[in-house]
Design a binder for this molecule. Structure first.
Ligand SMILES: NC(=O)c1ccc[n+]([C@@H]2O[C@H](COP(=O)([O-])OP(=O)(O)OC[C@H]3O[C@@H](n4cnc5c(N)ncnc54)[C@H](OP(=O)(O)O)[C@@H]3O)[C@@H](O)[C@H]2O)c1
Length: 505
C-alpha cells in the first residue's frame, strides 16, 4: 500500500505549497477503450483525484467507436484502477471520480461524428460547471488523428480554453511530422498543443535540470574541459510484448532514439535557461538539438536479438516473435556516437544506446569526468580507481550517484572507487508520481514545459532521418546479439576504438 506522505511526516517536504488548482474543465479521452487509457491515463487520474489535485469542477469523457453504456465504461475503469493504480483503492475517492465520468460512442471518420461528443460536453458544462474549458487527449493510433483534429477544429467555440494532448509516435519521419504539425496547427495554436514524451514526466529527468541549475558546483565543470564523455543508456529486458505490427514499422530508432534518447541528450547538453518557463526551457533544448552533428555510418550500430536467456528463462529471438517477418530487418538495438557542435561540448562524445532483450531494465545518464591530471599517489588502475562518474538513474531506481576515489582503510595508500548515493524514495520517503500524473496535471494547468514543441520534434526527426538513410542500401546480418546480452559486438567496438568502454552494470 502506498503511503501518501504528509508534509509533517517528512521534514524535507515541510513548507511545500501546492500549485494553484487547475481551472474547471472537461477532459475528453479519445481511445477510451484502448490499452493506454486503461494502463496509464485512468490510473493517473485516480492518483490525482486521491491527492485532491483535480479541479473540483471536472468531467471526463471517454470516446471510442466501441458500443458501450456509461455504467459499463465506469466499471471497466474501476477495474483498471484496481489493477494498475499505484495507490490503494479507496471507494470514496473512486465514487467521486466516477461521478465525473461519461462515455460517448463516436466515429469521427463519418460526417457529423463529433455531434454526440459536443452534446455531452455541453451537458457537462451545465451539470458540472466545466465552463467550456476543454482538454482533448488523442490516445488513438496516428491514423485516426486527422479526422479527430479536423472535427474538433470544426466544432470549436469561443467559450473557454482548449488544449490538445498528442501521444507518440509523432510522425514516422521528418516529412510526416511536419505534415502532422501543419494539420494540427491549422486548428490549434502552438501553445494549445501538448506533445507527450512520457520520459519528460519522470522525476529524475526533471531533477537533472535541478541538479545542474540549482547547484553551484556542477555547472562550472559541465563542459568539455572537465567531462571526458557522456553515456546514455535506455535498456529494456522485455521483448516486443505482442506489439509486432507496431514494432516492425518503428524499430528501436523510431521507438526510443527519436524521442526519449534525444530528449535526454538535449537536457544534458542544453545551456541554462533564464527561467523555468516553457518557452525558455524549450528554446535551450532546441538549440542543443540543432547543434547535434549527424553521426556517419561508422558511428551508428544497429542490432537485432536472437534467442537467448533473460534471468535464466529461455526467450525466442525477434524473428521468432509472433507477427514478425522471418527475415525482418527491423532493429531492436541502436548505439551511436553523437557530437554537440558548440563551445561547451566540442569533441566530447555523447554515446547513446538502447535495446530490447538486454540483461536488465535500466535508464541512466553517466557523465564521465576526465582523470585527475596528476594523482600524487601510486594508482593501481586495474585495481579500481576509475574516473569520477556522475550517474543519474532514471529508472528503475530513481536517484543520483557520484563515483569518487577513496582511501582503503589501513596502512599505505590504496585507492578504490566508492559511490555517494542519493535515492529519491529514501530521501523523500514518498512514492514517486507516475509520469502520466505529472503530465496530465501540467496540461490541466496549461504548463507546457515538459512537453515537446514542434521545432524540437522536427529537429529530432531530421537527425534520425539522416541516421537511417544509409540503412536503405544494405542488409545487415541479423540477428547479431543474443537475448540477455548487452548488444552486438560492434557496439563495444564503437567505444573501444576511442579507448573507452560502456559503463559496467
Ligand atoms: N499503450 C501504451 O503503453 C502506449 C505508450 C505510448 C504511446 N502510446 C500511443 O497511444 C495511442 C494508443 O495506444 P494504445 O496502446 O492504447 O492502442 P490500442 O490499445 O490499440 O487502443 C487504440 C484506441 O484507439 C481507438 N481507435 C482505433 N482506431 C480508431 C479510429 N480510426 N478512430 C477512432 N478511434 C480509434 C480504439 O477504440 P475503438 O476501436 O473502439 O474506436 C482504442 O480505444 C497510440 O498512438 C500509441 O502509439 C501507447
Amino acid at each position: 500500500m502506498t503511503e501518501i506522505a504528509s508534509p509533517q511526516a517528512n521534514p524535507l517536504l515541510a513548507g511545500l505549497k501546492m500549485r494553484r488548482p487547475p481551472d474547471p474543465c472537461a477532459l475528453t479521452i479519445f481511445g477510451a477503450s484502448g490499452d493506454l487509457t486503461q494502463r496509464k491515463i485512468m490510473p493517473a487520474l485516480y492518483s490525482l483525484a486521491m491527492r485532491g489535485l483535480l479541479p473540483p469542477r471536472f468531467g471526463i469523457v471517454g470516446v471510442s467507436r466501441t458500443e458501450m453504456g456509461v455504467d459499463e465504461f465506469r466499471e471497466r475503469m474501476r477495474r483498471t484502477v484496481l489493477d494498475h493504480a499505484r495507490d490503494e483503492f479507496r471507494t470514496d475517492v473512486w465514487e467521486r471520480l466516477s461521478e465525473a465520468i461519461c462515455y460517448v460512442t463516436a466515429d469521427f471518420g463519418v460526417e457529423g461524428g463529433e455531434e454526440p461528443l459536443v452534446e455531452c460536453l455541453n451537458g457537462l458544462d451545465e451539470r458540472r460547471g466545466t465552463a467550456g474549458n476543454r482538454v482533448y487527449y488523442l490516445a488513438v493510433p496516428p491514423s485516426a488523428f486527422d479526422d479527430i483534429v479536423v472535427a474538433l477544429g470544426r466544432s470549436r467555440t469561443t467559450e473557454g480554453w482548449t488544449r490538445l494532448i498528442v501521444e507518440k509516435p509523432f510522425g514516422r519521419d521528418l516529412t510526416s511530422a511536419q505534415e502532422l504539425n501543419e494539420l494540427i496547427r491549422g486548428h490549434f495554436d502552438e501553445d494549445e498543443i501538448f506533445r507527450i514524451d512520457h520520459y519528460l514526466g519522470k522525476e529524475t529527468v526533471q531533477n537533472m535540470l535541478v541538479l545542474r541549475f540549482a547547484n553551484g558546483i556542477f555547472e562550472p565543470i559541465w563542459n568539455r574541459q572537465f567531462i571526458d564523455h557522456v553515456q546514455i543508456t535506455v535498456a529494456e529486458s522485455l521483448g516486443i510484448e505482442g506489439r509486432a505490427s507496431f514494432y516492425e514499422a518503428a524499430g528501436a530508432v523510431r521507438d526510443v532514439v527519436q524521442n526519449h534518447l534525444l530528449q535526454l541528450v538535449a537536457l544534458t547538453a542544453m545551456e541554462p535557461p533564464i527561467d523555468f518557463a516553457a518557452e525558455s526551457v524549450r528554446n535551450e533544448k532546441v538549440k542543443a538539438l540543432r547543434a547535434l552533428h549527424t553521426p556517419g555510418p561508422k558511428h551508428v550500430v544497429r542490432g537485432q536479438y536472437g534467442p537467448g536467456y533473460i534471468e535464466g528463462e529461455e526467450v525466442p529471438g525477434y524473428r521468432e516473435e509472433e507477427g514478425v517477418a522471418p527475415d525482418s530487418q527491423t532493429e531492436t538495438y541502436v548505439a551511436a556516437k553523437l557530437f554537440v557542435d558548440n563551445w561547451r561540448w566540442a569533441d566530447t562524445p555523447f554515446y547513446i544506446r538502447t535495446g530490447k532483450r538486454l540483461p536488465k531494465r535500466e535508464t541512466t545518464i553517466a557523465i564521465q569526468f576526465k582523470r585527475a591530471p596528476h594523482p600524487p599517489f601510486e594508482v593501481d588502475e586495474e585495481g579500481g580507481l576509475r574516473p569520477n562518474v556522475l550517474l543519474i538513474h532514471i529508472q528503475p531506481d530513481e536517484g543520483v550517484s557520484l563515483a569518487v576515489g577513496a582511501k582503503v582503510p589501513g596502512q599505505g595508500i590504496t585507492i578504490r572507487t566508492v559511490h555517494m548515493d542519493f535515492l529519491y524514495g529514501g530521501s523523500f520517503r514518498m512514492g514517486l508520481p507516475e509520469a502520466y500524473e505529472r503530465l496530465i496535471l501540467d496540461c490541466l494547468l496549461g504548463d507546457a514545459t515538459l512537453f515537446t514543441r514542434a521545432d524540437e520534434v522536427e529537429e529530432q526527426w531530421a537527425l534520425v532521418d539522416a541516421m537511417v538513410a544509409p540503412w536503405r542500401r544494405d542488409r545487415p546480418h541479423f540477428p547479431n546479439y543474443a537475448a540477455g546480452t548487452w548488444g552486438p559486438p560492434a557496439a563495444d567496438e564503437l567505444v573501444h576504438r576511442d579507448g573507452r568502454s560502456w559503463r559496467r552494470h
